[in-house]
Design a protein around this ligand. Structure first.
Ligand code: HEM
Length: 125
């Protein structure tokens, strides 16, 4: 049987591979752990754009640029695993709002609502 087990890492483990303490450059994008060491020199605009996020979560910077689907496909070959459940973005950003535990996503909806309420009155209750 071919094993399809995904290797799981904590953010603490990822942080050890920051290109300095360890020569490898690991990076997290959307809860997936990549080793981009062998890609750095090929990156348009330079490897420093990636090493800035070595050992860290680079999701926001990666998305901010709005990479092409070719780039997104290309990066799949550098995947080495995924984050453990408790370190995934949604769980990491849990916080308490009005006594309730919410994720970053629900917190955003809650903070956006008053704005829409101003725009269209009671249509967003
Ligand atoms: C934290 C990670 C990353 C950041 C912050 C980042 C940022 C950027 C930026 C700013 C550019 C524009 C460069 C320029 O035009 O001078 C760019 C282009 C590009 N990047 Fe990245 N990048 C990251 C990771 C990656 C990875 C992992 C891949 C693929 C394995 C990749 C593939 C590309 C490609 C192919 C382009 C050319 C435009 C495109 O096809 O979207 N990047 N990146």
């Amino acid at each position: 049987m071919i094993s399809s087990e995904v290797k799981l890492y904590t953010l603490e483990e990822v942080a050890k591979h920051d290109g300095e303490k360890d020569r490898r450059v690991w990076c997290v994008i959307r809860d997936i752990v990549y080793d981009f060491t062998d890609y750095l020199e090929q990156h348009p605009g330079g490897g420093e754009l990636i090493t800035e996020f070595a050992g860290k979560d680079g999701t926001v910077a990666f998305d901010d640029f709005g990479h092409s689907s070719d780039a997104k496909n290309d990066m799949k070959q550098y995947k080495i695993g995924e984050l453990v459940e408790e370190d995934k973005r949604a769980n990491r950003k849990k916080k308490i709002v009005n006594g309730n535990e919410v994720t970053a996503e629900t917190a955003n909806v809650q903070t956006r609502r008053p704005f829409f309420k101003i725009l269209c009155g009671s249509c967003v209750a």
